[in-house]
Design a protein around this ligand. Structure first.
Ligand code: TMP
Length: 324
């Protein structure tokens, strides 16, 4: 896919044209902003994590029939998306009261809502994304009644799905922000989910400790944002880095004083650290051990348990391993 000129630059992402008319490239930056751009920083690696996490969530949502703009992830920071006309509303979904609503309405932080609350904000940085009522959306033709009703139905399904997905990996979905866009399909206009869903746009708390695993680490100067986002990615089972076509065996000289330096097979032979026959034998054994270990670890993640409703658990890359 050929990357064309920049069409739009937001606070956390850039949109580029492509040579295909209705497709664009969404690039995830490392920039972090809060409080309507008053607080700014660059956090190396954030864009890469958000790209992966958003890809994971949006592709899972399409599997349950929630149409969205994601076509495919291209690389570490970019994805191909469908070009939509963004509805100028930020849809905020709250399951637990925290953040702006607690200050605005004097609600106690952490209050569990009896059902999800959907709030609407006008997407306008200059005005500070003000909270609006549904009537404002209709009065100023920002969206039609039919579109809002459709969006509200999608939001409730997205919320149910995401609560379940995060609960399964020991995370509470406190609140999040969604954006939707209009798309022409066979001459008919459709509303689909757009933008991103990531720890930048959600509040995610560890189920047991309430540790914040989202952008509040930046907003509230809690530090360790990258480890928190990485934890979310790992718990969702998003693999780290590039999957190799086949296992790669590297050799290091076992010498603490030299820091176990990387060597080539030729070094092993040149200095008689092992014979050719020994190396060949070891390589065969390594491939068998690797196959066995991949199988074993993958298999144990699938165990279900009679201990599922107590808190007995072992965390292995964030997944709950339960005794069979
Ligand atoms: P708030 O409590 O600050 O209103 O935020 C509610 C949720 O919406 C929270 O998960 C953060 C997310 N959010 C965004 O993604 N972008 C925004 O511009 C704002 C204000 C909130």
């Amino acid at each position: 896919m050929k990357k064309g000129k920049k069409i739009h630059e937001g606070k956390a992402k850039i949109i580029y044209a492509t040579h295909v008319k209705d497709l664009v490239i969404q690039y995830f930056k490392d920039d972090a902003t809060a409080f309507n751009n008053q607080k700014k920083s660059t956090i190396e690696g954030k864009g890469v994590l958000n790209n992966r996490i958003s890809e994971h969530i949006l592709s899972n949502l399409s599997q349950i029939g929630i149409k969205n703009h994601l076509v495919k992830r291209l690389n570490m920071r970019e994805q191909i998306i469908k070009l939509v006309e963004i509805i100028p509303i930020e849809f905020i979904v709250r399951n637990v009261a925290t953040g702006s609503i607690t200050k605005r309405l004097g609600i106690e932080d952490g209050t569990v809502l009896k059902e999800p609350l959907i709030e609407f904000c006008l997407k306008d940085d200059k005005l500070g994304d003000p909270l609006i009522a549904e009537q404002h959306i209709l009065a100023f033709y920002w969206a039609s009644k039919k579109e809002i009703d459709k969006v509200k139905k999608m939001i409730l399904r997205i919320n149910d799905f995401m609560i379940g997905m995060f609960r399964g990996v020991g995370i509470k979905l406190i609140d999040f922000k969604l954006e939707f866009g209009r798309l022409k399909v066979n001459g008919k206009e459709e509303v689909i989910l757009a933008d991103e869903i990531s720890p930048d746009t959600c509040r995610l708390w560890d189920s047991i400790t309430d540790k914040k695993l989202d952008k509040d680490r930046f907003r509230k100067d809690l530090g360790d944002l990258i480890p928190a986002y990485t934890e979310v990615a790992k718990r969702l089972g998003i693999e780290d880095g590039t999957v190799l076509k086949e296992p790669l065996i590297e050799f290091c000289l076992k010498d603490d004083k030299l820091g176990d330096p990387l060597i080539a097979e030729e070094h092993i032979l040149a200095f008689d650290w092992a014979s050719k026959k020994e190396i060949e034998k070891v390589k065969k054994m390594i491939l068998r051990i690797n196959d066995f270990m991949i199988g074993m670890f993958r298999g144990c993640l699938l165990y279900t348990s009679d201990a599922a409703d107590d808190s007995l658990r072992v965390d292995l890359v964030g997944r709950r391993i339960i005794k069979k």
